[in-house]
Design a protein around this ligand. Structure first.
Ligand code: SF4
Ligand code: SF4
Length: 310
């Protein structure tokens, strides 16, 4: 994948979900979130279809993507756009294969990256869920993301191993939050960290998601941007609490983006989003993107990955 493809992380305010994961920030308070801005999403998609640069977009949600037909239609349109290199979608994989087949009708499947989030406490029929994952692995550029929630670490190791044996790519995310009075990921024990290291996809993920590496130089704004569907604002970076993010456009009003010319020094203490920290200079120096799916990349350094200074 070439460096001149712009990474876009779009966050929509769609927050309805059929699951109720205990650690989810929206599941218990769906009504408190602002209402879904369908018209804004449509306008933003229309403006993206007028873009003059190639992009790989992640259509992020705070609920279940496939429960919203307008989001699904937007993903379909973008996948068929010439300037679109890839559309990354996320699902809890709770629908049937038949339903997914129908929802993906009209998509350019060669441009779809799909991530299934694995939520073991909510899955009613694990065997059916795994069958759907096996189907998806052939259908689109697929991966499974698992959250290293402290009480399920034992089961997680077995599951990750099972997915790997099925040839399915797994991305592990550190748990961000509190559990039994401890704040994660800072309070993973050394033993837990060792176990996470054995399951995690890359040193990059480990350093940023578990070790909470302080970011340095970043291409946010020059090779990537964030867009919020509530107001259309295009920001260099969408990490919550990142005060120094610059506004470089508004996709409700215009397709134009005022890209920065060069990387900037990041002023945030951490960058725990795995679809944004791939914009750091350290990532570009050490890894090459090898797929549409934003979780798949390859180490390109000289030393072995875990020996390098990061
Ligand atoms: S599947 Fe995702 S959005 Fe739905 S409740 Fe679980 S964590 Fe929240
Ligand atoms: S390193 Fe992360 S937090 Fe910092 S500017 Fe880049 S994307 Fe934003």
């Amino acid at each position: 994948m070439q460096n001149n493809i712009i990474n876009i992380r779009l966050l929509s305010d769609w927050s309805k979900c059929n699951y109720k994961c205990s650690y989810c920030i929206v599941s218990e308070q769906q009504d408190k979130f602002v209402s879904w801005s369908e018209d804004n999403f449509k306008k933003i998609v229309s403006n993206l279809l007028l873009s003059s640069y190639q992009y790989n977009i992640r259509l992020g949600v705070q609920g279940e993507f496939f429960a919203n037909k307008v989001l699904v239609a937007g993903g379909r349109e973008l996948s068929n756009h010439n300037n679109c290199y890839g559309v990354n979608l996320i699902t809890n994989l709770s629908l049937s294969i038949k339903q997914y087949r129908r929802l993906f009708e009209g998509y350019d499947l060669s441009k779809v990256g799909l991530v299934a989030s694995y939520h073991p406490t909510e899955i009613k029929d694990l065997s059916a869920w795994v069958d759907t994952a096996i189907f998806m692995n052939d259908f689109v550029d697929f991966s499974i993301v698992v959250v290293a929630y402290p009480p399920i670490l034992d089961d997680l190791e077995l599951m990750v191993d099972k997915f790997h044996k099925l040839g399915i790519h797994v991305a592990l995310q550190a748990y961000i939050g509190e559990y039994e009075g401890k704040v994660y990921p800072r309070e993973y024990t050394d033993t837990q960290k060792k176990r996470l290291k054995s399951m995690i996809y890359s040193r990059h993920d480990f350093e940023f998601l578990v070790n909470l590496k302080k970011p340095d130089m970043c291409y946010a704004g020059s090779r990537s941007f964030f867009v919020n569907t509530v107001n259309g604002r295009v920001l260099t970076c969408g990490i919550p609490g990142m005060k120094d993010s610059l506004e470089i456009g508004n996709l409700l009003n215009s397709p134009d983006i005022a890209f920065l010319d060069a990387p900037m020094k990041c002023t945030s203490q951490t960058c725990q989003c795995d679809t944004e920290n791939i914009n750091t200079v350290v990532f570009h120096q050490n890894y090459k993107r090898v797929a549409i799916n934003q979780h798949k990349f390859e180490f390109i350094g000289d030393a072995s990955e875990w020996d390098m200074t990061y």
